[in-house]
Write a protein that binds this ligand. Structure first.
Ligand code: NAD
Length: 493
């Protein structure tokens, strides 16, 4: 099923569908066809205020609801999403440009994420603490309050739910603000909240520009926490602006993640895994392994195999099952990629595959496409190796020995993820420990597990999503101390 007719979607506030108070709307464009696929409200400060008021009203009853019941409602939302998986995948492809196969994978993993979160709702355990004789000391996990969930355009549904699931499980109420390029699936999900049984105001979705709707969420005095996934510079702005109201913040930011291919690696595996890690989702992946360092002894062979296989990847109509790579999500992003390809050539990197936009491959229109592009002989000091391109551009460079490899992997402002390709167990464990990143994968293209934490260090942000760490991020710890029979500090009078 594909979304062919422009649709009009509305915001979800307090259990009802609303346009913006101003009445303004904006178009959502399908990047593969450049045709308008939907129109959504142009929400601003006053719409956020309305949503925050609804979330604030809903908070006392929701945080007091039995945890098992909260989990049941999250599971009910999972079932509704599961039943509409085709429709959600089609919408995800329409606004984002990713292949339908990728979109379907995202929807399925989002259903699994909701199910995981449903199971965590009654597992926000506290501790009993043997602090002092005669005292019972224990902790309670409590919700943070009203949470603003600010979402990027590369995984619009999945990342919204990475935040939504644990926030609801812990007893918070939320306002989701999707990216303006890709607001459809968050609005569609929000519209299912009522049917799943959520009380009005627990799940709100507001669309609008980051500089207005997003900014208001970050500065609103009644919002207790903001979780952003976005660019590092956006994270810096949000952290500054959240300081005035001392909001809790979780920041999942950009990356320039490395892969290290050791000479003893299974080269077939390393080539195919590395191709996937940089070209899946057209390279618009925060933890794309965009810097691939290969040990001298196998460097030439790796480069020639990698470039040959990259050249065989099919770029085109995301709804065509034969396409490996769909469209770039926005014209601004395509232009950024084009400029970085030019920069790489000026910097002296060797272009061994691609390098051009591929508009002629679009189905039924001009479309925003870019060929998989491979630079070899990239020096780690070049801008293409230091700055996040966020597109299908692989930078291949060499390393001599273990220390040189680890040094190059860590020589970056970012620290989101890394991959190590080796058949030597001690190399694998040493590298996993010594690479500064939120996650290290060995001998595999990445697989994200709902059960395992995800997040970054350094300029890639802080805080973790998914797993029980994701739940922790939406709770406050309260300490309770009860004197049973022990001493009590007091004045001597
Ligand atoms: P972006 O920073 O431009 O926008 C992200 C969201 O923030 C959008 O909803 C936007 O409207 C909002 N926003 C922008 N300015 C704001 C402000 N001043 N106040 C409040 N909200 C504001 O990012 P993007 O272009 O949508 O996404 C791509 C970026 O996201 C890349 O840098 C990528 O690496 C990063 N990303 C990180 C992860 C991760 O888990 N670490 C995952 C996916 C994407």
């Amino acid at each position: 099923m594909t979304v062919t007719q422009p649709r009009q979607l509305d915001m979800v506030i307090g259990g009802e569908l609303f346009g913006a108070l101003s009445g303004d709307r904006f178009d959502v464009v399908n990047p593969a066809t450049l045709r308008v696929c939907a129109s959504v409200p142009f929400g601003t400060e006053q719409d956020v205020d309305r949503a925050v008021a609804a979330a604030t009203r809903a908070l006392p009853a929701w945080r007091a609801a039995p945890a098992t019941q909260r989990g049941e409602l999250i599971a009910a939302l999972a079932r509704l999403l599961e039943a509409r998986a085709d429709e959600f995948a089609a919408a995800e492809t329409a606004h984002n440009g990713k292949t339908l196969a990728d979109a379907r994978f995202d929807v399925d993993s989002t259903v699994a994420c909701l199910d995981y979160c449903a199971g965590t709702a009654n597992k926000a355990y506290g501790q009993t603490i043997p602090a002092h004789d005669g005292y019972l000391v224990y902790t309670l996990r409590e919700p943070v309050g009203v949470c603003g969930l600010i979402v990027p355009w590369n995984f619009p549904l999945a990342i919204a739910v990475w935040k939504l699931g644990p926030a609801l499980a812990a007893g918070n109420t939320v306002i989701i603000k999707p990216a303006s390029e890709t607001p459809l699936t968050a609005l569609m999900l929000g519209a299912l909240a009522d049917q799943a049984g959520f009380p009005p105001g627990v799940i709100n979705v507001v669309t609008g520009p980051g500089s207005r709707a997003g900014h208001r969420l970050v500065t609103h005095p009644d919002v207790a926490k903001v979780s952003l996934t976005g660019e590092t510079s956006t994270g810096q702005t949000i952290m500054r602006e959240a300081a005035a109201t001392l909001k809790r913040v979780t920041l999942e930011l950009g990356g320039k993640s490395p892969a290290l291919v050791f000479a003893d690696a299974d080269l077939d595996l390393a080539v195919d895994g590395s191709l996937f890690q940089i070209f899946a989702n057209a390279g618009q992946v925060c933890d794309a392994r965009s810097r691939i360092f290969v040990q001298d002894a196998v460097y030439d062979e790796f480069v020639s195999r990698f470039a040959e296989r990259a050249g065989r990847l099919r770029v085109g109509d995301p709804t065509d099952p034969a396409s490996h790579i769909g469209a770039i999500t926005s014209a601004r992003q395509l232009e950024k990629i084009r400029q970085y390809v030019e920069i790489g050539q000026h910097e002296g990197a060797k272009l061994v595959c691609g390098g051009t936009i591929a508009g002629e491959l679009a189905a039924g229109g001009p479309g925003l496409f870019h060929r998989p592009t491979v630079f070899a002989d990239v020096d780690n000091s070049m801008r293409i190796a230091r700055e996040e391109i966020f597109g299908p551009v692989a930078c291949l460079g060499r390393f001599s020995d273990y220390d040189d490899g680890i040094g190059k992997a860590n020589d970056t402002p970012y620290g989101l993820a890394a991959t190590v390709w080796t058949t030597d167990l001690s190399t694998a464990h040493r590298a996993a420990a010594e690479i500064r990143a939120g996650g290290v994968w060995v001998n595999t293209s990445e697989f994200l597990f709902n059960e395992a934490p995800f997040g970054g260090v350094k300029a890639s942000g802080y805080g973790r999503e998914l797993s029980m760490h994701g739940l922790d991020a939406y709770t406050e710890v309260k300490n309770v101390g009860i004197r049973l029979a022990g001493p009590m500090p007091s004045f001597e009078l």
